[in-house]
Write a protein of this length. Sequence first.
Length: 244
Amino acid sequence: MDSTLLKGLNVLRHLVDAAVPVGVSALALQLGLPKSNIHRTLTTLVSAGFAVRHDNGTYEATLQVWEMGMRVIKRNQVRRAAVAFMHALQRETSETVNLVLPDGDDCLYVHQMSADAPMRISSTVGERVPAIMTISGRVMLAHRPGSEQLAAQLYKNHQPQPPFTLASLLSDLVQARKDGYAFSASHFRPGINSMAGVICDRQGLSVGAIAVAGPKERFSHDKMTALVQPMLSACTGIQQALGG
């Protein structure tokens, strides 16, 4: 393993995550590394165009990071297959439609079609969330080997607050594995109801999920139930486009 490269990537990740430009001392404290080491790494990142140094001595990531990420997601096969089906589903539901992809034990929001009447609180493209915390993450988790054991470990790691219980999480996994979809009533975001259907590969393993969300006042359980078939049709269409 190249430790120098690993340190550089770690510094870059901290720059990307920082809400404001940060200085050498703050980064050294956060990463537990000597300031001289941090300074050399930052100088290299600036030289490569991944960071910029401001006059006050602070640093931040450049748009080159965003540019590279956009190139990666534009050629992602699941996203490319999903866009047309998401457009059709958004027109039918009039609510916000998200494409969510698994990434380790988390899920990533990678594409979104906004509701006709946008929500006050909504997931954003590029947002990363622990898989057990969202309904889209749960339907994907349900279609992974050893999902119950993994879910129990993630529950222990994240210690979610009541009324979120391990029993409800495991129940959601069983139901999602059986039906291919699941509902959430104001669970992850207060006042927002959501539903999600899984996208699987040829082996039946999850490669993504389509999620539809809206304010609970207009996106009721009855409305979600009526939209199950259109959502599952979109998931099936994406699977077929992927050769699944």
